[in-house]
Ligand binder design. Structure first.
Ligand SMILES: Cc1cc2nc3c(=O)[nH]c(=O)nc-3n(C[C@H](O)[C@H](O)[C@H](O)COP(=O)(O)O)c2cc1C
Length: 155
C-alpha cells in the first residue's frame, strides 16, 4: 500500500514519531512517504494568523496518516486549517496521531484527536484508528513506541 504520512511539526517531536511509523510501515512491506505541512507566519502559529505555504496532496496515496502536535489544549491550528481545506477523501483509510507534552489525555489530547477525526469524517474518510503520543521522559518514549506499533498495525 502507498501510505502518505502528512504532518505538521514545530519542534520535531511529531516528525520523529512519523519517522518511526515510516520504518514500521516499510517493515510491513508498505511504501510510506512523510510530507510536511508548511506555513508562512509567526511561530507558534495562532488561528487565522498564518498561511499554508505547502499543503501536501493526499490524492496520490491509498491511505493516509495525519500527525500533529497539541497546542493550547487543542488541535494545532495549522493541522486544523490543513484538514479543513482538503478535497473529499472518498472512503480513504485514515489514521491520526497527535503528540503532546503533558502526560494526561484531557490536557488537549482527546480534544485534538476528536477534532482530527471529525474533520476526516466530514471529508468522507474511514478513520481506522488514532493514537495520543506523550512526548516527554523515558517512560513516555516506551509508550510512544507502543502507540506507533498500534498505528502501523492498522495497515
Ligand atoms: C505554544 C505551545 C502550546 C502547547 N500546548 C500544549 C498543551 O496544551 N498540551 C500538551 O500536552 N502539550 C502542549 N504543548 C507541547 C507540544 O504539544 C509537544 O511538545 C508536541 O510534541 C510538539 O510537537 P512538535 O515537536 O512536532 O511540534 C505545547 C507546545 C507549545 C510550543
Amino acid at each position: 500500500m502507498n501510505i502518505g504520512i502528512i504532518i505538521y511539526s514545530q519542534t520535531g517531536n511529531t516528525r520523529e514519531a512519523a519517522g518511526q511509523l515510516q520504518e514500521k510501515l516499510a517493515a510491513k512491506g508498505h511504501r510510506a512517504d512523510i510530507e510536511e505541512i508548511e506555513i508562512k507566519g509567526k511561530v507558534p502559529a495562532q488561528p487565522g494568523q498564518f498561511e499554508l505555504s505547502s499543503s501536501p496532496d493526499p490524492g496520490k496515496y491509498d491511505a493516509l496518516v495525519f500527525g500533529s502536535p497539541v497546542q493550547a489544549f487543542n488541535l494545532h491550528p495549522v493541522m486544523k486549517a490543513y484538514l479543513d481545506q482538503l478535497p473529499p477523501l472518498e472512503d480513504r483509510a485514515v489514521a491520526c496521531f497527535i503528540t503532546k507534552r503533558l502526560p494526561i489525555v484531557w490536557t488537549g489530547g482527546t480534544q485534538a484527536i476528536g477534532k482530527m477525526k471529525t474533520a476526516c469524517h466530514s471529508k468522507g474518510a474511514v478513520v481506522k484508528g488514532a493514537e495520543i503520543i506523550f512526548w516527554s521522559g523515558r517512560e513516555s518514549r516506551e509508550k510512544a513506541v507502543e502507540a506507533v506499533e498500534n498505528l502501523a498495525a492498522l495497515f
